[in-house]
Ligand binder design. Structure first.
Ligand code: DQA
Length: 141
C-alpha cells in the first residue's frame, strides 16, 4: 500500500525543539525509520512538510487524483484552529489519520481541541515517533 505522511508547522524543528516532549531525533531520521518500516512490510511512503497552512491544504487537495491508500497528518498547532485544513480533508476521499507525537490531552488546554479530527478517519496521539507507524497500521486494517 502507498501512504503520504504530511507534517505541518514547526515539525521541521523536531529533534531541536522541546526535546523532552518530541525527542532528540530529527524529522529526517524519524522519516527514514518510517520508510524502512514501511518497506519491510511491502508498503511505500512519501513525505511532505510545510510550515504554511495554504501549502498543506494544496498538498491535501493534490491527493484528489493521487493513488494514496491513506494520509497520515501531523498538522502541528494548525490542528487546533485550522478550519481550512479541515475543509481540505473533506475535499478528498482518501482517508486521513490525525497524528501527534505528544499526548495533546495531557498538555495545555488549547491542545485539547482538534478542529480537524471530525474530518479524519481516526486519531493517534502520545506514542512519539511511533504514532506515525501506528497510524499506518490503522489505515491498513
Ligand atoms: C504536535 C502537538 C501540537 O499541539 C503541537 O502544536 C505540535 C506538535 C505533536 O506532534 O505532538 O507542533 O502535533
Amino acid at each position: 500500500m502507498k501512504f503520504l505522511i504530511i507534517n505541518g508547522v514547526n515539525l521541521n524543528m523536531t529533534g531541536m525543539r522541546e526535546k523532552g516532549v518530541y525527542g532528540s531525533q530529527t524529522l529526517e531520521q524519524i522519516n527514514a525509520e518510517i520508510s524502512a518500516y514501511a518497506q519491510a512490510n511491502g508498503d511505500s511512503v512519501d513525505f511532505y512538510q510545510s510550515n504554511i497552512e495554504g501549502e498543506i491544504c494544496g498538498k491535501i487537495q493534490s491527493c484528489f487524483n493521487a493513488n494514496y491508500d491513506g494520509i497520515v497528518l501531523n498538522a502541528g498547532a494548525y490542528t487546533h484552529y485550522s478550519y481550512a485544513i479541515h475543509d481540505a480533508i473533506r475535499c478528498i476521499t482518501t482517508p486521513v489519520v490525525e497524528v501527534h507525537m505528544s499526548n495533546v490531552h495531557a498538555r495545555e488546554e488549547f491542545r485539547h481541541t482538534s478542529v480537524i479530527a471530525p474530518a479524519c478517519k481516526g486519531v493517534v496521539a502520545g506514542f512519539g515517533k511511533n504514532s506515525y507507524v501506528l497510524a499506518i497500521e490503522g489505515l491498513k486494517r
